[in-house]
Design a protein around this ligand. Structure first.
Ligand SMILES: Cc1cc2nc3c(=O)[nH]c(=O)nc-3n(C[C@H](O)[C@H](O)[C@H](O)COP(=O)(O)O)c2cc1C
Length: 264
């Protein structure tokens, strides 16, 4: 890992942070409880970055990140993606303003907590919310909806003022589940950027742009491509890596030698 990347990861709370193995273990050689290796550590210490320096990232670093994206695995090796890179400050601001406008449009009618129980406005809001949840299942979670409200109130910007936005477009003709391939290519981009000492944040709220004919044209999004997500990239401002982000201990069903066991 580069020195810069080392600096931004070293403030995390992982116990093993300074117990780097002296050399790479051969497959199967590692003992249980051995310190995380460099790649594992990078995955554990990456955080979403929401404060960026104004300084632009050199174009060659972004091209390097894209090159790592190109080698992402995909079902049937169909590589159902292409990229749009936006580094134009004015255009990023316009993208932010457009998405903020959409957040305003949906948050007022959908946020039923704004209205008193038993009122017509509350009933209308709850009904609208139910219809919206049917149209866009999986979007009405308190966290993304909370972000929509904050953006609507101009409390933060959709792309976090990043100087570079990478938009991996999904080719809907992809084999199997192209959304999964898109997530994997995005992970390659994010981890490559992290390894170069850059901060990134996935931006699901960018998908408003996909619904706008004007923005589809401006960003060159044509059939059969879809804009599902974007990734903000830039130099990290401050020390956000010190924040711990809660993680669940998800259930794992372990099946071995005719036995089934659950662990967390
Ligand atoms: C597909 C996807 C979409 C996301 N969209 C947003 C977003 O629109 N805005 C934002 O601030 N963070 C967004 N995030 C970041 C998540 O909030 C973040 O990954 C999560 O809270 C875990 O924190 P960590 O990335 O620091 O580990 C998104 C993450 C993913 C994977």
């Amino acid at each position: 890992m580069s020195d810069a990347a080392q600096n931004i990861v070293e403030t995390d709370d992982l116990e093993q942070a300074d117990q780097r193995p002296a050399r790479k273990a051969k497959p199967g050689e590692l003992e249980e409880g051995a310190p995380w290796n460099t790649i594992e550590e990078a995955f554990l210490k990456r955080r979403s970055i929401r404060k960026f320096k104004k300084k632009q990232v050199p174009a060659h670093l972004i091209r390097r990140v894209l090159e790592i994206g190109r080698f992402a695995p995909s079902q049937g090796n169909c590589q159902p993606w292409k990229f749009v890179v936006v580094r134009d400050r004015q255009m990023i601001t316009e993208m932010e303003d457009f998405c903020a406008g959409m957040c305003k449009k949906i948050s007022v009618p959908l946020d039923y907590t704004l209205h008193k129980k038993g009122t017509f406005a509350r009933w209308r809001s709850e009904t609208f919310l139910k219809l919206f949840a049917k149209w866009r299942p999986n979007t009405m979670h308190p966290i993304p909806f909370g972000a929509v409200s904050l953006i609507a109130q101009d409390r933060f910007k959709v792309f976090h003022h990043a100087p570079t936005i990478i938009i991996p477009l999904m080719d809907t003709r992809g084999i199997g589940h192209p959304q999964v391939d898109l997530g994997i290519v995005g992970t390659n981009l994010v981890m490559a950027a992290h390894s170069l000492g850059l901060g990134t944040c996935w931006v699901g709220l960018s998908s408003f742009l996909n619904d706008s004919p004007e923005w589809r044209e401006r960003l060159g999004v044509e059939e059969p491509y879809e804009l599902l997500e974007a990734i903000s990239v830039g130099y990290v401002l401050g020390k956000p890596m010190e924040n711990t982000v809660a993680r669940e201990t998800h259930e794992t069903l372990w099946i071995e030698d005719g036995k089934k066991e659950l662990f967390y």
